[in-house]
Design a protein around this ligand. Structure first.
Ligand code: NAD
Ligand code: UDP
Length: 338
């Protein structure tokens, strides 16, 4: 395990939080939020899909440290720990299709290690689950009582089942060991620090528009998604962690769109003169997705504040500000599957 930065000192009154997947998209935004709230943050990541540049602005802070570590291996954190947020996992379909076994391991072995650590430290743990546990849903919109429709042996099964196992083992630790656990079911979330080439649709379409390429809609584009801006997502997660609610909660923006309409929205936003081209729909791509957020409203008093037009404008400005080299860069990661 490699630690970066100068030796840090926790002030005894400070709450200490471990964030796994901290160099990724959501993890890095969570680091920012917890630092802002006055926590001591231990950021842990093996950098398989993340990037240190997402958190390097925090390295000089006294209340921040980074541990380069794979959470599927035994995790040692000296001293007290108040909270754990487990966000380590490949999250884009391109990533988890390239590294299926690592995806299963981080959801299963990684989660087991983190639950063990939480038990040892008497810490509260929040785990990042996903709308993918609903699979290709037959109930619409999806509420937390829906059990889902997942193809266990299909290509997406490695992610979906890892996350379903993660929820099961988390509830088992809650029931058997009395561990304080929280489960957030995250629906498609977008914002700065997403990798332009990770294949997820928001950076994919904006990147294509900025590079002057046609926008690739998979299938006929009639499948739906509902996109949540990152600041809203982080607020929901923060409130859930501090709540006393142990059952899963959906956090997402219910404003639904078809992918074809979404491509048209991006063409309008960016002013590109490129057109839409159609590619085959990936296997088991869910046909509809929209969170029912009644529970989040009732239990957390949470609902999204940033509408899609506003959020996309912010993200477009962010991607526009990247260097031409970064914009043109094709996926450079050479994943090992061992
Ligand atoms: P991301 O790929 O940007 O971040 C994941 C981070 O986890 C990366 O920094 C990666 O290097 C790290 N990681 C992966 N395996 C690891 C391991 N074994 N040990 C240590 N670190 C490891 O993805 P993201 O969008 O930020 O997703 C974060 C979490 O949120 C994931 O658990 C994902 O399933 C969940 N989630 C995200 C979304 C979304 O829309 N962004 C939706 C549903 C669920
Ligand atoms: N998609 C698309 N073109 C792309 C990338 C994605 O049409 O270049 C579609 C994809 O098939 C899915 C939706 O956009 O229906 C959202 O894909 P994403 O990978 O962002 O997340 P998912 O919700 O499928 O996990």
């Amino acid at each position: 395990m490699l630690s970066l930065g100068k030796k840090k000192h926790t002030k005894s009154h400070m709450k200490k939080v471990l964030i796994t997947g901290a160099a990724g998209f959501l993890g890095s935004h969570l680091c920012d939020r917890f630092i802002k709230e006055g926590y001591y943050v231990i950021a842990m990541d093996n950098l398989i899909t993340g990037d240190l540049k997402n958190i390097e602005h925090l390295f000089s802070l006294e209340q921040f440290e980074f541990q380069h570590h794979d959470v599927t291996k035994f995790i040692h954190v000296p001293g007290k720990l108040d909270y754990i947020l487990h966000f380590a996992s490949p999250a884009s379909p391109i990533d988890y299709l390239k590294i299926p076994i690592k995806t299963l391991k981080v959801g299963a072995l990684g989660t087991h290690n983190l639950l063990g650590l939480a038990k040892e430290k008497k810490a509260r743990i929040l785990i990042a689950s996903t709308s993918e546990i609903y699979g290709d849903p037959l109930v619409h919109p999806q509420n937390e009582d829906y059990y889902g429709n997942v193809n266990t042996i299909g290509p997406r099964g490695v992610y979906d089942e890892a996350k379903r196992f993660q929820e099961s083992i988390t509830m088992a630790y809650h029931r058997i060991h009395g561990l304080e656990t929280r489960i957030v079911r995250i629906f498609n979330t977008y914002g700065s620090r997403m990798r332009l080439n990770d294949g997820r649709v928001v950076p994919a379409f904006i990147g294509q528009a900025l590079r002057g390429e046609d926008l690739t809609v998979f299938g006929d584009g009639s499948q739906t998604r509902s996109f949540c801006y990152v600041d809203d997502q982080v607020e929901g997660i923060y409130r859930l962690l501090l709540s006393d609610y142990a059952e899963p909660i959906n956090i997402g923006n219910p404003h639904e769109t078809t992918i074809k309409e979404f491509a048209e929205e991006i063409i309008k936003l960016t002013g590109t003169d490129q057109k839409i081209i159609y590619k085959p729909l990936p296997q088991d791509d869910p046909m509809q997705r929209q969170p029912d957020i009644t529970r989040a409203k009732e239990i957390l008093g949470w609902e999204p504040k940033v509408d899609r037009a506003e959020g996309l404008k912010i993200v477009y400005e962010y991607f526009k500000s990247l260097s031409p080299e970064e914009l043109q860069k094709k996926e450079h990661r050479n994943f090992s599957n061992r």
